[in-house]
Ligand binder design. Structure first.
Ligand SMILES: Cc1ncc(COP(=O)(O)O)c(C=O)c1O
Length: 406
């Protein structure tokens, strides 16, 4: 019987307090968000999530989490975490280079390296920290970054942190990248091409083989973020680098343990010297407390399950293909989505919120995604499919989306 967290006893409503004068700009900024339809609710989830989720007291089919393989609520992860917490305590207590790097962290790093079939890996407190800290450790003010325009915020922030020159190239446009990097061929400094492999808002896939080719011809480093592809693509389940046979051309592979792996934390993997350098230079790792050993143990268990239960990713991808086909047959533009992330573009932020609300009425949680997560005018509802969904859930969802848009 899963444990249940009892709802907190509601405290008496607090009287509205005026904003201190030093913070009164916040009232205006919030008002602007409200006026633009961009204010975001904070929902409360109760219980364990799976194919369904209880949000603000309402049970809905859960098409809004990144729990692609259904491991987030899997009791085998809970047991692995409990065992490690009993043996090693809950908190890591310190940053990894001090005393925070436990036996569970070490096992996790080995398991990540084995999954990706690379010599070395390191675990970060989050995927966000893995990307932002790694980029800033690889390039600096004398260097240049080439970044896909739809890359995740953690990559964008990493570029800012690096204080390098940044060229943002149009989404998956290798010819444009080639022009930009070719024009810099005579410039000094290091060059880094960085891309998501499976784009989080679009469900599109990066042209990895072409990017490897550009990186090789222009002596650039290539970094690929597998956050949404880990566990879902590749014969071993390590992601799209493996799926496309690009292991030799991608120098830096990052990802997260928080999506298909159902745990938390991020990783970077590659050559042992790269990892050794990051252990000195990746400030988001060096100066941050290691994540709890129990979390590392749960992630390690999930990696074992990804190896043992390859049928989950095969079935997920088949369900996703059938779902996309059904929406395409209903005349919907899926913007080139090719995976388990299926966006339905609504346009204005209000239209995306209205579509999401209609789907909630039909029994589905499919979140509206608005700026700054997507460009203005390209708000969407994003269906994130999970192995846990039944084909009939997905057929009903496709019909509900088509009906709502008609
Ligand atoms: C493409 C991409 N990279 C990195 C991250 C960050 O991962 P984490 O949630 O583990 O911090 C995310 C998560 O939202 C993501 O979508």
């Amino acid at each position: 019987m899963p444990c249940r967290i009892e709802p907190a006893i509601p405290s008496p409503p607090r009287p509205a307090t005026p904003l201190p004068a030093a913070l009164d700009w916040i009232a205006g900024s919030l008002e602007q968000l409200r006026a633009a339809g961009l204010e975001r609710p904070q929902r409360i989830r109760d219980g364990r999530q799976g194919g369904t989720v209880e949000l603000d007291g309402q049970t809905l089919v859960n098409v809004g989490s990144n729990d692609y393989l259904g491991y987030a609520g899997d009791v085998r992860l809970t047991k692995a975490a409990s065992k490690a917490a009993c043996a090693e305590g809950f908190g890591a207590g310190a940053s990894p280079l001090v005393s925070g790097h436990s036996r569970s962290h070490d096992r996790l790093e080995q398991a990540i390296a084995d999954l990706l079939d690379v010599p070395a890996a390191m675990a970060f407190p989050s995927g966000f920290a893995a990307n932002s800290a790694t980029i800033a450790a690889l390039v600096g003010p004398d260097d240049t970054i080439y970044s896909d325009e739809r890359n995740h915020a953690s990559i964008i922030d990493g570029c800012r942190l690096a204080r390098a020159r940044v060229h943002v190239y149009p989404h998956r446009d290798v010819a444009a990248l080639e022009r930009l990097i070719g024009a810099d061929d005579a410039s000094p400094g290091r060059r880094l091409i960085v891309t998501d492999t499976l784009f989080s808002m679009d469900g599109t896939i990066a042209p990895l083989a072409d990017l490897c080719d550009v990186a090789r011809r222009h002596a650039a480093m290539l970094m690929a973020d597998e956050a949404h592809a880990t566990g879902v693509f590749g014969p071993r389940g390590s992601g799209l680098v493996e799926e496309t046979g690009c292991g030799d051309g991608v120098h830096v592979r990052s990802g997260t343990l928080s999506k298909a792996l159902g745990a938390a934390g991020g990783f970077v993997a590659g050559h042992p010297d790269l990892i050794h350098w990051l252990r000195h230079a990746a400030r988001g790792w060096v100066f941050s407390t290691a994540h709890p050993p129990a979390v590392a143990a749960a992630a390690t268990r999930a990696i074992e399950l990804v190896a043992a239960e390859s049928w989950r990713r095969t079935e997920l991808r088949a369900k996703a293909a059938a779902f996309r086909d059904r929406l395409a047959a209903a005349g919907l533009d899926l913007g080139g989505a090719e995976a388990q992330i299926v966006p339905v573009v609504a346009g204005a932020a209000e239209a995306a919120v209205a579509l999401s609300a209609r789907l909630t009425e039909a029994g589905f949680f499919v979140p509206a995604i608005r700026p700054p997560s997507v460009p203005r005018g390209r708000s969407l509802v994003r269906a994130s499919l999970s192995w846990l969904h039944s084909q009939s859930d997905l057929d009903r969802l496709a019909d509900a989306i088509a009906t709502s848009l008609r």
